[in-house]
Ligand binder design. Structure first.
Ligand code: GAL
Length: 418
């Protein structure tokens, strides 16, 4: 009898122990998420996702591995060192399109996610155009959290009203508005290119204005000549616009440039819609927006996505994270704070502020083109050659030299060659 009691007790104890270990394994996992989301609006969106993830997985410890600097200006290099050194985070922020596919997928660093897509029914939850940019050889490689719009002109409504100007629809109108602001002692255009990507970002909106959607797309397929008159005109336009930027642009970040607009020291800035999130986080309610000059009807798009690196230390937790990122609940919580619209097609528009509701409408009807500065249009080596050309150009303002460098960068990229 006593023996039996001992045996039962030990089975029970073993069971309890196994149960305890099991719950611990299920509940108290770890998850390291790598991104460059550190500014007010960016962090707000990310932390909201973390909250949801923790609610769904009690006891989960999330390591928020961020490296500050817009557009991943510093994060991408840190990530590369980690990935190449065999020390991947569990999941990381990566742009849809060339950045994902050329940098990480064809090089063999990512796991395909077809099983996850199948389980979650994501084949039909996202637009086809987005899905196509996440696929390689028929397999899915990351989960889109959002869609951002890069070509937005943000302005201070009071400053515009007091200066008697309207948001400029074209480049010529931009110059008129800029002159009017300048006459009032206001910096017309705020730029923060301490990471040169912000100048490239401005330039891509000017390329769109000068080449149109078709011509701009052709830059990435070899159909539009980088040495041709359209690009020359775009560079000349850049020179005109750069004449109106703050003198300390090279010392500021994109959000420090937006600060000039918030303070009314500058009239406008041309930047992606993460500015909407920045304004929200800072409680600034006086921002107006319009397509960047000459960009009406064209949506210059990018998407922040998360993937699953091979040899990730916490695979189960990483897959749970990806499930949340792609879910309706996750996207409806994250995007209103992040200044982006859902990549999914079934989000409730009422949860979003006025700018984002406008963006959702444009997304449905505009012609969509891929962003250069944010990884969709060109592979990273090509983008970094363009960034180098822009670095020189913003100081030299030498159109011929810049065009030569851009044409060379295109040739080096192998664009248009089979
Ligand atoms: C982009 C990114 C956005 C936003 C922005 C500024 O590259 O896709 O989510 O964070 O950089 O940092």
């Amino acid at each position: 009898m006593r023996k039996l009691r001992v045996a039962v007790a030990s089975v029970l104890a073993g069971g309890l122990l196994a149960w305890a270990v099991d719950t611990q394994a299920q509940g108290a996992g770890k998850l390291e998420i790598f991104s460059w989301w550190t500014t007010g609006g960016e962090a707000a969106g990310l932390l909201k996702l973390f909250d949801l993830e923790k609610k769904q997985h009690a006891g989960l410890e999330i390591i928020n591995a961020t490296v500050a600097g817009g557009a991943g200006q510093n994060a991408k290099a840190v990530l590369k060192t980690r990935m190449l050194g065999g020390d991947p985070p569990d999941s990381f922020q990566v742009h849809m399109g060339k950045e994902l596919i050329d940098t990480w997928v064809v090089t063999g660093y990512m796991e395909p996610l077809d099983e996850l897509y199948r389980q979650a029914g994501w084949d039909t939850a996202f637009p086809k155009g987005v899905l196509d940019l996440l696929r390689h050889n028929g397999a899915y490689y990351s989960v889109p959290a959002n869609i951002h719009r890069a070509n937005v002109l943000w302005y201070n409504k009071t400053v515009f009203q007091q200066s008697g100007v309207q948001p400029p629809g074209s480049v010529d109108e931009f110059v008129k508005v800029a002159e009017a602001l300048k006459a009032k002692g206001i910096t017309p255009l705020a730029l923060g290119d301490n990471g040169i990507w912000a100048a490239t970002h401005l330039f891509e909106t000017v390329l769109i204005a000068r080449l149109g959607a078709e011509g701009y797309r052709g830059l990435w397929t070899g159909k539009t000549d980088w040495g041709g008159p359209g690009v020359k005109q775009a560079l000349e336009t850049m020179v005109r616009m750069l004449a109106y930027v703050n003198t300390d642009h090279a010392a500021r970040s994109w959000d420090q440039a937006n600060e000039l607009v918030i303070q009314g020291k500058a009239g406008m800035t041309i930047m992606g819609d993460w500015v909407d999130a920045d304004n929200l986080a800072r409680g600034f309610k006086d921002a107006g927006w319009a397509p960047a000059p000459g960009n009406a009807g064209i949506y210059d798009a990018l998407s922040d996505t998360f993937g699953l690196p091979k040899k990730t230390p916490h695979r189960k937790e990483a897959l749970d994270w990806l499930r949340l990122v792609g879910s309706r609940e996750g996207q409806e919580a994250f995007n209103p704070l992040k200044g982006s619209i859902c990549a999914r097609t079934d989000c409730n528009a009422k949860l979003f502020g006025p700018y984002l509701q406008w963006a959702m409408e444009q997304w449905k009807k505009d012609s969509i083109v891929p962003s250069l500065a944010h990884g969709a249009a060109a592979k990273e080596s090509w983008l970094s050659a363009i960034n180098d050309a822009m670095s020189l150009f913003v100081t030299s303002r030498d159109v011929a030299q810049a065009q030569k460098l851009l044409a060379q960068a295109a040739a080096d990229s192998g664009v248009g060659k089979k």
